[in-house]
Structures are given as structure tokens and as C-alpha cells.
Design a protein around this ligand. Sequence first.
Ligand SMILES: [Zn+2]
Length: 253
Amino acid sequence: MSHARIEEFRSDIVATSHRLHANGWVANHDGNLTARLDGDHLLCTPTAVSKGDVRPGWLIIVDGENAVIEGARRSFSELQLHRAAYAARPDISVVIHAHPPVSCGFAVVGEPIPHPMMAEPVVSLGPEIPMVPYFRPGAPALSTAIGEALQRADVLLLERHGLLAVGGSFEQAYLRMELVEHQAKIAMNAKAIGDVRRLPQSEIEALSKKGRPASSPMREQTDDRSSSPSAGAVAHQRPDVSGLVDQALKRFS
Ligand SMILES: [Zn+2]
């Protein structure tokens, strides 16, 4: 992977960290962000920092054993969530984890975020926002459940915990998480007014016929033996030309 691409990830992690904090989606040292580099190396936010304060020089690179190989700070304990996501989804390059408070309200009640209630979020997110059941941090069953749920969706609600969003870029994963938190807010308002009405099943099927948008940009395929697709993993292997063009235009605009 080119130095320029790593530096792009670095500035995107910093900008997205600040966005999470400005939104009130993290408190204290909550939340963590990673980008997949070559092999099983990850560029990560370090542990024990507010996401509102993260600076480019604070980021660390960990190897496949989660040992820090670049940077002066320590790695965070929730790397399991990120590793599970990357192992299950060869098409993604980034993972964002945060504790947005309305989504977390559903997570602590143990109730999935009502979805889909409206048409547009079906097209953007697909027909499901799966809720991964609570497992103690570190339990292998947690990784299995995350990997399984990520075959059906790009944002997961983790019971009694928070949200996990994946994508081809930090912009994409962030916007996915934002849309889920927005759905949670709408559902909370709707519950105060009356009954939440999900879209009829026939409508959900019609709207989700095309499938969810692919991860964009598509991950650079390198000599990458560590992230072989898991059973049943569906990678979006086609080059996403329009996504790449959008990225290029954004960069030069
Ligand atoms: Zn967390």
C-alpha cells in the first residue's frame, strides 16, 4: 500500500474521530477506528484518548498479533470487534465503533432498532440492522456472531454495547452509522407518538432487490494471505468505477 494511501487513512481517522466526538457518540475514551493496511496490519486509534483530541501522530499500526509496530501509544482492547469484521468481509477497508446514545438505548433494552420504517434507508442500508447478542468481550462467540451478521448488513447493533459500522472508506462507514443513529432517533420519536409501523414485507423485498451498495472504493487487493474470505463471505470484487470517480472528483474539488 502506498505511503499516500496510508496518510489518507491517517487524516480520515483523525477527522472521523473528531466527528464522532462532536456528535456526542462517544464519551471518555469510548470508540475506536481502524483501517486495514497490507496483510493483517491495521492503522488504529490508540487506547485511552478522547476521540475529540486524536491527532495524526497518535495513531498506531498493529501487526496480526495486535502488537504495536509503529507509534508510541498502546492498542485498545476492543480490537476483536475489528478483527472479526475484517475476517468476515474481504471487501471492506475500515471499521468504526462508537456508542451513539439513541442506538445504545435500544441496545441496552435489548430491542433491535425498528427497520425499515421508510423506503430510503432500505436502499442505503439494506433490509436489516442486525442486533448481535451480548457476549463477554473476548468471547470467541462474539467474533462469530459479528462475522455472521456482517454477511447481511454493514452496520450492527451490539446488544448492551453500541454500533459497529464497516465500509470502503471512513466517509462511507461514518454515513452508514449516522443513518442508523438517525433511524433510532426517528423510532424513539415514533414510539412517543404511536405505534412504529415497519414497511410491509412485499415493499421491503421490492426495495432491497438491488442489494445494498457495495463498499466503495473497493479495497486494493494485495498479496494478502491473512484475510482469506470466510465461508459464505460475499465480497464485492467488481471495481466500483463510479465510486472511484466520485472520490477523485471530491479530492480535486
Ligand atoms: Zn465499545
